[in-house]
Design a protein around this ligand. Structure first.
Ligand code: HEC
Length: 145
C-alpha cells in the first residue's frame, strides 16, 4: 500500500517537472549579477561564431543591424567599445544592466527606454556565440583597408 502511494506521488512529480517547455531565460532578478572577464576569449572559435551568426539573425535583427540604427544601436564595433563582461550582462540581463551600469543607463535613455527583450530568451552559451560572431565581424572590419 505504502509503495503504491509513493509510486503515485512520483508519477505526479514527474508529470509536473517533465512536460513543460524548458526555461532557457536566465532569471533576471538574481540579486548579484555574475561577473565575466573584461577580455574577450581569444582566439575566436569559428564554429561558435558561425552559430552566433545564425542566432543573431533569429534573435537580434528585429532590433539590431550591424551598420544601421534600428530599434537598438548598430552593433558593428561594439566589441571594441565594450568589455566582454559588459556585453554578457547587457545580453543576458538587459533589464538589470540598464539600471546598474552607467553607460547602459545612458544608452537606455538615448533609446527612449525601449526594453531589450530577446525573442525566446537566450542562454549563456548562446550569448557567448553571438558575442563571438560580433567579435569576428569587428576583427574583420579592423583588418580591412
Ligand atoms: C526588442 C528589441 C531588441 C532586441 C530583440 C535586441 N536588442 Fe539589443 N538593444 C535594444 C535596445 C533598445 C538597446 C539600447 C539600450 C536599451 O535601451 O536597453 C540595445 C542595446 C544593445 C547593446 C549595447 C549596444 C552598445 O552600443 O553598447 C548590445 C550589445 C545589444 N543590444 C545586443 C543584442 C543582442 C546580441 C541581441 C540578440 C541576442 C539583442 N541585442 C536583441 C533592443 C533590442
Amino acid at each position: 500500500m505504502k509503495i503504491k502511494i509513493i509510486v503515485v506521488l512520483l508519477a505526479i512529480v514527474a508529470a509536473a517537472c517533465g512536460g513543460g517547455k524548458k526555461e532557457t531565460v536566465p532569471p533576471s532578478t538574481t540579486a548579484t549579477p555574475p561577473t565575466y572577464p573584461d577580455a574577450y576569449p581569444l582566439p575566436i572559435n569559428e564554429l561558435r561564431a558561425d552559430r552566433g551568426k545564425t542566432l543573431f539573425q533569429s534573435k537580434c535583427t528585429t532590433c539590431h543591424d550591424l551598420d544601421r540604427k534600428v530599434i537598438g544601436p548598430p552593433l558593428r564595433g561594439v566589441t571594441q567599445r565594450r568589455t566582454y563582461n559588459w556585453m554578457m550582462n547587457m545580453i543576458l540581463y538587459p533589464d538589470r544592466w540598464v539600471k546598474t551600469d552607467s553607460v547602459a543607463k545612458a544608452l537606455h535613455k538615448e533609446y527612449n527606454y525601449v526594453q531589450m527583450i530577446i525573442p525566446g530568451g537566450i542562454t549563456e552559451d548562446q550569448a557567448m556565440a553571438v558575442i563571438a560572431y560580433l567579435q569576428r565581424e569587428d576583427a574583420q572590419s579592423m583588418s580591412q583597408p
